[in-house]
Write a protein that binds this ligand. Structure first.
Ligand SMILES: C[S@@+](CC[C@H](N)C(=O)[O-])C[C@H]1O[C@@H](n2cnc3c(N)ncnc32)[C@H](O)[C@@H]1O
Length: 211
């Protein structure tokens, strides 16, 4: 059976091994603009919209599912977007091994996989260790945004982030009615909102570095 050739998507999509051991943002994006991460970017609605609306901010999506990551990158390539890229691979590896400390101005983690079964909870991305990793990469006054439709998981995210001594809890953004079908934060936001599910929103700010 013949398989379709993989379309070249560099620099919009690269896997961890293509990028190398560490990322120097000014080389990666070709400028010194602030960098925001979309961890688990999925189909990339947030990445695409945010990058289009904020041309002076660089956006990097991290997506473990290469198919989703490539699909997002195809859209970025089509528009020749210069301030948005996707890295295919485990976001935890990128955050812990490839990113300079305190070099990121925001991390967005929208609708992280809830892993419903209790025995699978350990696969959830939000853990105490993950909040420590976020506090290592986010610069002072930078933000973490996380939304979910799963009350029980959001309570855990909130309690982990509220209890993280390096972050201050801020009031989350107000819900607003979307004006059109693309006017949602992410694809999951659209899907869950259309099902009438409640959307829980969290926002935290990195405190000053004390030591
Ligand atoms: C429920 S989907 C949400 C996608 C998107 N944020 C949205 O709101 O539409 C969660 C996404 O996180 C990705 N993901 C899960 N664990 C990840 C990890 N360790 N690193 C990068 N992506 C991850 C999944 O492949 C999936 O695309």
């Amino acid at each position: 059976m013949q398989t379709a050739p993989i379309k070249p998507l560099k620099p919009w999509f690269q896997v961890i091994d293509d990028v190398g051991a560490s990322i120097v943002w000014s080389e990666f994006f070709g400028n010194d603009n602030p960098v925001e991460l979309d961890i688990g970017c999925g189909r990339g609605l947030f990445l695409y919209t945010a990058a289009q609306n904020n041309p002076d901010i660089n956006y990097l999506g991290l997506e473990i599912d290469y198919r989703e990551g490539r699909r997002t990158a195809e859209r970025l390539k089509k528009q020749q977007m210069q301030n948005a890229r996707v890295i295919g691979g485990d976001g935890n590896i990128v955050l812990t091994k490839m990113i300079e400390k305190y070099s990121v101005s925001a991390a967005h983690v929208y609708f992280p996989d809830p892993w419903w079964k209790k025995r699978h909870h350990k696969r959830r991305i939000f853990t105490q260790q993950f909040t420590e990793i976020l506090s290592d990469v986010i610069q002072p006054e930078g933000h973490v945004h996380s939304w979910s439709d799963v009350a029980e998981y959001f309570e855990i995210i909130k309690s982990l982030m509220d209890g993280q001594p390096n972050f201050e809890t801020l009031p989350p953004p107000e819900a607003r009615d979307p004006e059109h079908d693309m006017d949602y934060q992410t694809s999951f936001h659209r899907k869950k909102s259309k099902l009438g599910l409640p959307i829980y929103r969290g926002l935290w700010q990195r405190k000053a570095i004390t030591s």
